[in-house]
Design a protein around this ligand. Structure first.
Ligand code: NAD
Length: 301
């Protein structure tokens, strides 16, 4: 065992499978005591099973680490609170929370049901809020802590997963808000956009040119949770196998000012040649993404 996280208490949601499991095992291997949360659901969020969280606890214990299982649904306020309460009641504090839990309900926007929208936004975006909310109240008093949200390159837009893309964009704004609001308490917040081989990546209709393993993602998360990452806040990192990238902060690209106020006519006259547009890189891939979504093609499976 290493000691990157010696003495720390870390809670990980969606820690029963895929990336979350690798994060929980990786954090425990570096000395953290871990809350392993997983609702144990299928890819679309159905059929909860509590053994999924407890089996990862057993793996951690077998390797000589310490962990507790919480099989709650983090899309509820009570579920998010219980994840944080488990850390505090078992180990006396919470130094890091990592919100990895997620589901997919793929559908073209014009066919998407309210239920498909709500379930995905509730799991990803609200499920990050519920845990950040509970953890930040403790971390504010501790005057230390790290919040980590999970986003996706898909926050740029998605042909057949508007619900997922919107939730992932929301997580970035939530992370930046947490970074701003908790900075004075010594609490940091960052987002990770992973690309790794899991059951989820096997189910997306796009070919992922750069892809790695859940353990690659775990290494970045362990670093971000550690003292070595002190001061890093408000960032979005991609990790895809050998690649780590940082995303730009959103910023205005070009501006133009009117001297006497705007009318639709003056805007039509000035906008195209002055502020113009910022071309959308993903538009060039739309044809292939539509075809893959239509044909059920899963190139990473
Ligand atoms: N795998 C990738 O390449 C990739 C790419 C971009 C983003 N992501 C994001 O990374 C995260 C992990 O993805 P993964 O590929 O490991 O998926 P996965 O399906 O292997 O694991 C997700 C886990 O979350 C759990 N979960 C779902 N709903 C829950 C809830 N309400 N409460 C508690 N647990 C719940 C599931 O039971 C499952 O064990 C997700 O947020 C996903 O959107 C993954």
């Amino acid at each position: 065992m290493g000691n990157f996280l010696a003495g720390k208490v870390v809670a990980v949601t969606g820690a029963g499978r895929g990336i979350g499991r690798a994060v929980a095992l990786g954090a425990a291997a570096e000395g953290a005591r871990v809350v392993v949360n997983d609702y144990g659901v299928s890819m679309d969020g159905a059929s909860p099973a509590s053994e999924v969280a407890s089996s990862v606890v057993k793996e951690i214990e077998a390797a000589g680490g310490e962990a507790v299982a919480v099989a709650d649904d983090i899309s509820t306020m009570a579920g998010g609170q219980r994840v944080v309460d488990a850390a505090v009641s078992s180990y006396g504090r919470v130094d890091g929370v990592v919100c990895v839990a997620g589901i997919l309900r793929e559908r073209m926007l014009f066919n998407m049901s309210e239920e498909e929208w709500d379930a995905v936004v509730a799991t990803h975006l609200k499920g990050t809020f519920t845990v950040f909310r509970a953890a930040s109240a403790v971390m504010r008093k501790q005057r230390a802590g790290t919040l980590i949200g999970f986003t996706s390159g898909n926050h740029q837009g998605s042909v057949s997963q508007a619900n997922y893309s919107a939730a992932k964009g929301g997580i970035i704004s939530l992370v930046r808000s947490a970074a701003l609001g908790l900075n004075k308490y010594g609490v940091t917040a960052n987002a990770v956009a992973p690309v790794a081989r899991t059951r989820m990546s096997a189910n997306v209709p796009v070919s992922l040119a750069e892809i790695g393993e859940p353990e690659d993602v775990a290494a970045l998360v362990v670093y971000l949770l550690s003292e070595r990452a002190q001061g890093i806040t408000g960032q979005v990192y991609t990790i895809a196998g050998p690649k780590i990238a940082v995303w730009a902060q959103p910023r205005e690209l070009r501006a133009v000012y009117a001297s006497g106020g705007w009318t639709p006519e003056t805007i039509a006259e000035f906008l195209p040649g002055s502020v113009g547009v910022d071309p959308m890189p993903m538009l060039s891939q739309v044809g292939e993404m539509e075809r893959a979504a239509r044909d059920g093609d899963r190139p990473n499976a």
